[in-house]
Design a protein around this ligand. Sequence first.
Ligand code: PPS
Length: 305
Amino acid sequence: MWVVGIWMDPGIIEKIVGEMDDYSPDMGEIDGVPILQDTCNEWDEIYNFQAREDDILVASYPKSGTTWMQEIMDLVSLEGDVQKSMRAPCFVKVPFLELGKTSLQYAKVMPCPRMLKVHLPVQLVPPSFWDKKTKIIYVARNPKDCMVSYYHFQKMDNTMPDPGPWNEYFSSFLNGNVPWGNWFDHVIGWWKAKDQHKILYVFYEDMIEDPLREIKKVMTFMGKDLSEEVLQSIKHQTSFKIMKENPVVNYSNLSSVMDPAVSSFMRKGKVGDWKDHFLVSQNELFDAEYEKRMAGNGLRFRMKL
Ligand code: PPS
C-alpha cells in the first residue's frame, strides 16, 4: 500500500504494470542503435517529448545504478522526507520515457518539477532537453560489472531478449548487440556532452566508495542545501541493504515481469562481481577492447576498489 503524500494518478501503477505484461522481447533499431521494439513503436512520441527547464533527467546505460540515483534525487528533492518518498514505486516517481505509452503519457501530465529517466545514448535524447537546458545526471558504471548485472537482468526480465549462455552474452555485450547498444559509445558520448550541457557525470564506483560525498554533489547540482543530519538519513535510506527491502525501489511489485526466482533486481550491489563471471581469456579480450576504445578520451573506470 502506497502512502500518497503527493498527487499522482491512483491507477497509474496498475496501468504501467498491465502494459508491461504485454511487452515482447523483440528488438528493433533507431539510427543504428538496438532498441526494444516496443520502444521503437513509440519512438516519434519519445523523441518529440517536451522537456521543461525545471525537469531533472537521470540518464544511464542500463544497470549502472540508475534506480539508486533516482531514489537519491527523490529524497534530495523531498529534503529527506522518507514518508513522502514511499508515495509510489520508482518507475512512477521518475517515469522512464522508453518504458511505454502509459509511462510516457504520465510523464507529460505529472506535476512539476518532474524527475525523468532515460537509457538513451546522448544522440537520441529528445532535443527539447537541450533546448530547455534541463539539468541531467548521468550515472556510469564500469563495463565489466555492468555486463554481469545486465546478463542477470536479461535473464530475469521477460520483456528483455534472452541473453543466452554467458559466453555468447559476453560477445553480444562487447559488440553492442544488446538493448540500448554499445556501452563504450554510450559512456563516451555522454562524457563528451558534459562539457556543453548541464550534466553531472557520476560514477557508480564513487557512490559505493563514498556515498555521502556523491549525495552532496547531487544536492548541490539540484540547487539544494541540506543539513548533515538529513544527508546522513538519505545515505542510510539509499543504502543497498535498505533499498533491497524497500518495495518502492526493489521492483517487487513487478514480479509478473521480473522473475524473483531467477534473480532479484537488487542483486549484489557491489564493485568487482565480474571476477566471479569472467574467464581469464574473456578478461584479456575485454581489457584489449577497453584500452582501444578508451584511449585518449580522459574517461577512466575503476574495475575494483
Ligand atoms: S536499470 O534496470 O537499468 O534501471 O538498473 P539500474 O538501477 O541502473 O542498476 C541496477 C544495479 O544497481 C544496483 N543497485 C545498487 N548498488 C548499490 N547500492 C544501492 N543502493 C543500489 N541500488 C541498486 C543493483 O543491485 C544492480 O546491480 P547488480 O550488480 O545487479 O547488483
